[in-house]
Design a binder for this molecule. Structure first.
Ligand code: GLU
Length: 484
C-alpha cells in the first residue's frame, strides 16, 4: 500500500482563516490516522496577493495548534523546494507546460490586454472572467516562433475542446461530469513566468507524491480542468475531498466581518487553542457517536474523512464559547492562571489574592475576557440599587437588611481574624443566636460587600479577600444607603 501523503498548501495572503485551519487540520488528520506524512507547501505564485508576515502566521499557527508538518520549507523530505516561487526557479512548471503544448493540450497566447478586454466575460463564483476565444490556437508554428524571438509577452493556456465532457471523482460528491464547453482555456503560465495556482497545484501534487487533497469546495468547479491536466500527463489524480462551506449564524459565508473568522482573532478574544481546534474539527465532520470533546490525539484516532458532510457547516460562536468553557474547567490550574492573569491584572489593581479570584471564576467563564465583568466589584464598590437587598426566598428586604448590618457592624469591628473560616463561624453563630436563617444574614452581607447580585464567591470569602478595613467600609456604605 502506498504511504498516505497529504499537504497543506496555503497562499500567504493574510490571516489564517477558520476555513484554512480546517483544511490543514483535516489534511493532518487524514495523514496521521494512517501513519502518513503531512507536508507544508507555500503557494506564493500570486505575487499581487502576497502579504508580508503571512508566512510567519502560517508557521506560528501550525505550531501552536500542534499540526506539525513532517516536510516543508523548513524540513526537507526530499521533495523540495516547498515554496512555489522557488520551485518556479527550477523551471519545473515551464517544462511541464511545454510538454502539454507538445501534446496539443496547451498553447501560447500572445493576446494583449486590449484584445482580452474586448472579449466576452462571464461571472463565475462572483468573479468576472474572460472567456477566451482560442484566437491564438490557430497561430502557425512560424508565427509563434517569431513572436517568441521578438520577446512578445505571452501566457500559456490550457486547450480544452468545445465538445465532449470531463469527469472527475470526489470522495464526498462522487463522480462529477461537466460539459467541456463550460470550461475556459485557463492560464497555466502567466506573463511574469509564474504558474497560476491552477497549474502549479497539479504539477506539485503529482511531483510531490500527494495522495489526498483536501480543500474548500470553491475549488470544485475547477477540478475538471485539473483532471484534464492529470489525464493529459497520464498521471493518476489524488483522492479529492472538497469540504463544505463554513457559514455564519445567518447562513452567509463566514467573513471577516463576523470578527471571529481567523485563528489569531479567536485567540486574542480569549479562546483556548485546543478548544478552537476541537471545534473546527466538527465543522463538517462528526464521529459515529455524538461525542464532541476531543484532544488532537483522539481526533487522529477517530477521524474518518468519509464521515465529512456535504452540507454547509455553521460556525456557531455560542457553541464554541461553551466548548471553550469546558476546556477552561478542565485545565490544570497553573496553565489556566497564566492565561487568566492578564485579565485579572486588567480588572483589579488593588492588592488582593489574585489566585483566589482566578480560582473562583474558573468554572464560571467561557472565554477569558468574561473574567473582567465577574470581578469588577473588587477595586471599587459599584453604585448599586438598594432593591438588591430584597430577596424573596431569603425573606430579606431593605428594612431587614439595615437591621442585620447595623447589628453586625460592632461584631465585625471587634473581630480580628478575617479568614473565611473564622468569619463563617462568627456569622453562623450570630445566625443561630438570633434564630435566623443563614440567607437572611448572608444575603445582605454579600450585597453590601460586593454591590452585586451575583458574585463568584460567598459573603465570607469576599470578606476574607477584602480584609477587615475594606469590608467594614463597604458594610458602612450599605448602612448609609439603606438609611436614606
Ligand atoms: N493555495 C490555495 C489556497 O490557499 C490552496 C488550495 C488547495 O489546497 O489546493 O486556497
Amino acid at each position: 500500500m502506498t504511504k498516505i501523503r497529504t499537504r497543506y498548501a496555503p497562499s500567504p495572503t493574510g490571516k489564517m482563516h477558520v476555513g484554512n485551519l480546517r483544511s490543514a487540520l483535516y489534511e493532518f488528520l487524514i495523514a496521521k490516522h494512517e501513519g502518513g506524512d503531512f507536508m507544508l507547501r507555500i503557494e506564493d505564485t500570486d505575487q499581487e496577493r502576497f502579504v508580508e508576515g503571512a508566512t510567519e502566521i502560517i508557521y506560528r499557527t501550525l505550531e501552536k495548534t500542534g499540526l506539525i508538518h513532517d516536510e516543508g520549507p523548513d524540513k526537507d523530505g526530499g521533495y523540495g523546494p516547498y515554496v512555489q516561487s522557488e520551485r518556479m526557479k527550477t523551471g519545473i512548471y515551464l517544462k511541464y507546460a511545454k510538454e502539454l503544448i507538445e501534446k496539443g493540450e496547451a498553447y501560447y497566447c500572445f493576446c494583449d490586454k486590449e484584445r482580452l478586454a474586448s472579449l466576452k466575460t462571464e461571472v463565475v463564483e462572483g468573479k468576472e472572467i474572460t472567456v477566451y476565444d482560442k484566437h491564438c490556437l490557430s497561430l502557425t508554428k512560424e508565427e509563434i516562433e517569431k513572436n517568441l524571438a521578438e520577446g512578445k509577452p505571452y501566457v500559456i493556456r490550457q486547450n480544452i475542446p468545445n465538445e465532449g465532457t470531463t469527469t472527475f471523482h470526489d470522495e464526498l460528491y462522487g463522480d462529477i461530469t461537466v460539459e467541456n464547453s463550460e470550461l475556459d482555456d485557463m492560464i497555466l503560465i502567466k506573463t511574469d513566468g509564474y504558474p497560476t495556482y491552477n497549474f502549479a497545484n497539479v504539477v506539485d501534487d503529482h511531483t510531490m507524491n500527494i495522495t489526498h487533497v483536501v480543500r474548500g469546495n470553491e475549488y470544485l468547479s475547477s477540478s475538471p480542468k485539473y483532471q484534464r491536466l492529470y489525464d493529459a500527463f497520464g498521471w493518476e489524480s489524488p483522492v479529492y475531498v472538497h469540504l463544505p462551506l463554513i457559514t455564519d449564524e445567518n447562513h452567509k459565508k463566514l467573513s471577516k466581518r463576523s470578527g471571529h473568522s481567523s485563528f489569531e482573532d479567536l485567540i486574542e478574544q480569549g479562546f483556548v487553542t485546543e478548544a478552537v481546534v476541537n471545534y473546527i474539527a466538527l465543522l463538517g465532520w462528526s464521529p459515529e457517536d455524538n461525542r464532541e470533546i476531543f484532544t488532537l490525539d483522539e481526533l487522529i484516532k477517530e477521524f474518518d474523512y468519509h464521515r465529512i458532510s456535504k452540507s454547509p457547516a455553521v460556525f456557531d460562536i455560542v457553541k464554541l464559547k461553551w466548548m471553550n468553557g469546558e476546556y477552561i474547567k478542565a485545565m490544570d490550574f497553573d496553565t489556566y492562571y497564566e492565561m487568566a492573569k492578564p485579565y485579572i491584572d486588567e480588572a483589579v489593581k488593588s492588592d488582593v489574592d489574585k489566585k483566589k479570584l482566578a480560582e473562583w471564576v474558573k468554572t464560571r467563564i467561557e472565554v477569558f475576557p468574561d473574567i473582567c465583568a465577574l470581578i469588577d466589584f473588587v477595586d471599587k464598590l459599584p453604585d448599586y440599587d438598594i432593591e438588591m437587598y430584597t430577596h424573596k426566598k431569603m425573606k430579606t428586604n431593605a428594612e431587614s437588611s439595615l437591621k442585620v448590618l447595623k447589628d453586625l457592624l460592632p461584631i465585625l469591628e471587634a473581630h480580628d481574624d478575617y479568614s473565611n473560616d473564622s468569619l463563617y463561624a462568627l456569622l453562623t453563630k450570630y445566625v443561630e443566636e438570633k434564630g435566623y436563617k443563614n440567607g437572611y444574614v448572608l444575603w445582605p452581607v454579600r450585597t453590601a460587600v460586593s454591590g452585586k447580585q451575583m458574585t463568584p464567591a460567598g459573603a465570607t470569602e469576599l470578606m476574607e479577600l477584602f480584609g477587615k478595613e475594606e469590608t467594614l467600609k463597604r458594610i458602612r456604605t450599605g448602612i448609609e444607603l439603606l438609611s436614606k
